[in-house]
Design a protein around this ligand. Structure first.
Ligand SMILES: [Cu+2]
Length: 132
């Protein structure tokens, strides 16, 4: 498997269903060496992306990780995966809480030019809630 195929983009939706703001700080999966939180930027049609240290989720707000915005950059896939495979992932918050869920590997979910490597296989949209 070529190295370039070991990078995936991860998409999901998370809602703050609690009474206090929460701050998403990082994500982990046993299937990947490293996961970063990325933001896709569209500067007059020029696409780029930047890594974020954290993302604030206000009370009652919902954060959408999508191909055109926030996404997880999942690097260093350490095992072969087939379409439809369940990928366990944990997302962590600054208050010590974390949420665990599975993402499903999907093929052909169009991605931005910056993520050409990840357009082969990416993850679909589990919806999770966090109580602040
Ligand atoms: Cu990225």
């Amino acid at each position: 498997m070529p190295a370039s195929v070991s990078v995936r983009a991860g998409y999901f939706t998370v809602s703050n269903i609690g009474k206090a703001e929460v701050i998403l700080t990082h994500a982990r999966s046993p299937f990947f060496e490293k996961i970063e939180i990325h933001q896709t930027n569209n500067d007059a049609g020029v696409m780029s992306m930047s890594a974020l240290q954290s993302v604030v989720i206000p009370v009652a707000d919902t954060l959408h990780f999508t191909p055109s915005g926030l996404h997880l950059m999942m690097m260093g896939l350490n095992r072969p995966l087939l379409d439809g495979a369940e990928i366990p992932i944990q997302i962590f918050f600054s208050n010590g809480q974390f949420v665990q869920f599975n993402m499903q590997l999907k093929r052909g979910y169009a991605s931005s030019a910056n993520h050409a490597q990840s357009s082969i296989n990416v993850c679909s949209n589990p919806i999770v809630g966090i109580a602040g």
